[in-house]
Write a new protein. Structure first.
Length: 145
Protein backbone atom coordinates (compact mmCIF):
# COMPACT_ATOMS: atom_id res chain seq x y z
CA UNK A 1 0.00 0.00 0.00
CA UNK A 2 2.83 2.39 0.91
CA UNK A 3 4.48 1.79 -2.49
CA UNK A 4 1.21 2.52 -4.35
CA UNK A 5 0.80 5.83 -2.53
CA UNK A 6 4.41 6.77 -3.32
CA UNK A 7 3.85 5.88 -7.01
CA UNK A 8 0.72 8.07 -7.17
CA UNK A 9 2.45 11.00 -5.44
CA UNK A 10 5.45 10.65 -7.78
CA UNK A 11 3.22 10.53 -10.87
CA UNK A 12 1.21 13.58 -9.75
CA UNK A 13 4.46 15.43 -9.00
CA UNK A 14 5.92 14.64 -12.43
CA UNK A 15 2.72 15.70 -14.23
CA UNK A 16 2.62 18.94 -12.19
CA UNK A 17 6.24 19.77 -13.00
CA UNK A 18 5.78 19.06 -16.72
CA UNK A 19 2.56 21.09 -16.91
CA UNK A 20 4.05 24.03 -15.00
CA UNK A 21 7.31 24.01 -16.95
CA UNK A 22 5.53 23.77 -20.29
CA UNK A 23 3.34 26.82 -19.73
CA UNK A 24 6.23 28.83 -18.30
CA UNK A 25 8.53 27.97 -21.19
CA UNK A 26 5.90 28.69 -23.82
CA UNK A 27 5.11 32.05 -22.24
CA UNK A 28 8.77 33.11 -22.10
CA UNK A 29 10.05 31.64 -25.36
CA UNK A 30 11.14 35.02 -26.70
CA UNK A 31 12.44 36.49 -23.43
CA UNK A 32 15.45 36.01 -21.16
CA UNK A 33 15.04 37.25 -17.60
CA UNK A 34 17.64 36.85 -14.85
CA UNK A 35 17.32 38.19 -11.30
CA UNK A 36 19.21 38.06 -8.02
CA UNK A 37 19.06 39.65 -4.60
CA UNK A 38 21.16 39.81 -1.46
CA UNK A 39 20.53 40.95 2.11
CA UNK A 40 23.43 42.42 4.05
CA UNK A 41 24.47 43.74 7.44
CA UNK A 42 23.06 46.98 8.86
CA UNK A 43 19.64 46.43 7.25
CA UNK A 44 20.94 46.65 3.66
CA UNK A 45 19.78 44.87 0.54
CA UNK A 46 20.43 44.87 -3.19
CA UNK A 47 18.84 43.33 -6.23
CA UNK A 48 19.63 43.17 -9.92
CA UNK A 49 17.58 42.25 -12.98
CA UNK A 50 18.47 41.68 -16.62
CA UNK A 51 15.90 41.19 -19.37
CA UNK A 52 16.32 40.66 -23.10
CA UNK A 53 13.39 40.46 -25.49
CA UNK A 54 13.55 40.73 -29.28
CA UNK A 55 16.00 43.59 -29.95
CA UNK A 56 15.67 45.23 -26.51
CA UNK A 57 17.83 44.74 -23.40
CA UNK A 58 17.28 46.15 -19.91
CA UNK A 59 19.39 46.06 -16.76
CA UNK A 60 18.48 47.40 -13.33
CA UNK A 61 20.44 47.38 -10.06
CA UNK A 62 18.97 48.70 -6.79
CA UNK A 63 20.30 49.21 -3.29
CA UNK A 64 18.44 49.96 -0.05
CA UNK A 65 19.71 50.77 3.45
CA UNK A 66 18.32 51.94 6.74
CA UNK A 67 19.47 55.51 7.47
CA UNK A 68 22.30 56.09 9.88
CA UNK A 69 25.49 54.17 10.27
CA UNK A 70 27.62 54.23 7.13
CA UNK A 71 24.91 55.40 4.71
CA UNK A 72 23.63 58.92 3.99
CA UNK A 73 21.63 60.80 1.39
CA UNK A 74 23.73 61.86 -1.58
CA UNK A 75 26.24 59.05 -1.14
CA UNK A 76 27.54 57.45 -4.37
CA UNK A 77 27.79 53.69 -4.75
CA UNK A 78 29.49 52.01 -7.71
CA UNK A 79 27.82 49.24 -9.71
CA UNK A 80 29.94 46.43 -11.14
CA UNK A 81 28.87 43.74 -13.60
CA UNK A 82 31.33 40.85 -13.74
CA UNK A 83 33.84 43.10 -11.95
CA UNK A 84 33.59 45.85 -14.61
CA UNK A 85 32.38 49.18 -13.20
CA UNK A 86 29.38 50.16 -15.34
CA UNK A 87 28.08 53.17 -13.42
CA UNK A 88 27.18 54.80 -10.12
CA UNK A 89 23.99 55.33 -8.19
CA UNK A 90 23.21 58.03 -5.63
CA UNK A 91 21.36 57.21 -2.42
CA UNK A 92 18.23 59.28 -1.74
CA UNK A 93 15.55 59.11 0.93
CA UNK A 94 12.47 57.17 -0.16
CA UNK A 95 10.16 57.14 2.83
CA UNK A 96 12.23 56.02 5.83
CA UNK A 97 14.95 54.26 3.83
CA UNK A 98 17.84 55.29 1.64
CA UNK A 99 17.55 53.91 -1.89
CA UNK A 100 19.62 54.02 -5.04
CA UNK A 101 18.93 52.71 -8.52
CA UNK A 102 20.78 52.41 -11.81
CA UNK A 103 18.85 51.48 -14.97
CA UNK A 104 20.13 50.78 -18.47
CA UNK A 105 17.93 50.27 -21.52
CA UNK A 106 18.85 49.71 -25.16
CA UNK A 107 15.69 51.65 -26.08
CA UNK A 108 15.25 54.64 -23.75
CA UNK A 109 11.60 55.71 -24.02
CA UNK A 110 11.98 59.45 -23.58
CA UNK A 111 12.78 62.28 -21.19
CA UNK A 112 10.64 60.83 -18.37
CA UNK A 113 12.34 57.42 -18.52
CA UNK A 114 14.83 56.90 -15.65
CA UNK A 115 16.91 54.60 -17.84
CA UNK A 116 20.09 55.56 -19.66
CA UNK A 117 21.74 53.83 -22.63
CA UNK A 118 24.11 50.94 -21.88
CA UNK A 119 27.75 52.06 -21.53
CA UNK A 120 30.23 50.72 -24.09
CA UNK A 121 32.09 48.70 -21.44
CA UNK A 122 28.95 46.83 -20.30
CA UNK A 123 29.82 43.10 -20.40
CA UNK A 124 27.60 40.42 -21.91
CA UNK A 125 25.13 39.08 -19.35
CA UNK A 126 24.03 35.49 -18.83
CA UNK A 127 23.36 32.92 -16.15
CA UNK A 128 26.14 33.29 -13.57
CA UNK A 129 26.87 36.98 -14.17
CA UNK A 130 28.09 38.63 -10.96
CA UNK A 131 26.62 42.03 -9.87
CA UNK A 132 28.20 44.10 -7.07
CA UNK A 133 27.12 47.41 -5.48
CA UNK A 134 29.11 49.49 -3.00
CA UNK A 135 32.32 51.37 -2.39
CA UNK A 136 35.48 51.11 -0.33
CA UNK A 137 34.03 53.21 2.49
CA UNK A 138 30.88 51.13 3.19
CA UNK A 139 31.76 47.76 1.71
CA UNK A 140 30.03 45.77 -1.00
CA UNK A 141 26.98 43.58 -1.58
CA UNK A 142 26.97 41.08 -4.43
CA UNK A 143 24.63 38.60 -6.05
CA UNK A 144 24.79 36.30 -9.05
CA UNK A 145 22.21 36.39 -11.87
Amino acid sequence: MKNKIQEVITAVGIVSVVAFSGSSLAKDDDRTRLECEKRGAYDTSMDARYEARDDREKFDASFEAAPGGKFYSGQELSVYVDYEMVGKMVLRYEGYDLEGDLEFDSNVDGPYDDSVPFPENFPSVGYGTHVTIGNYEVGYLSCTL
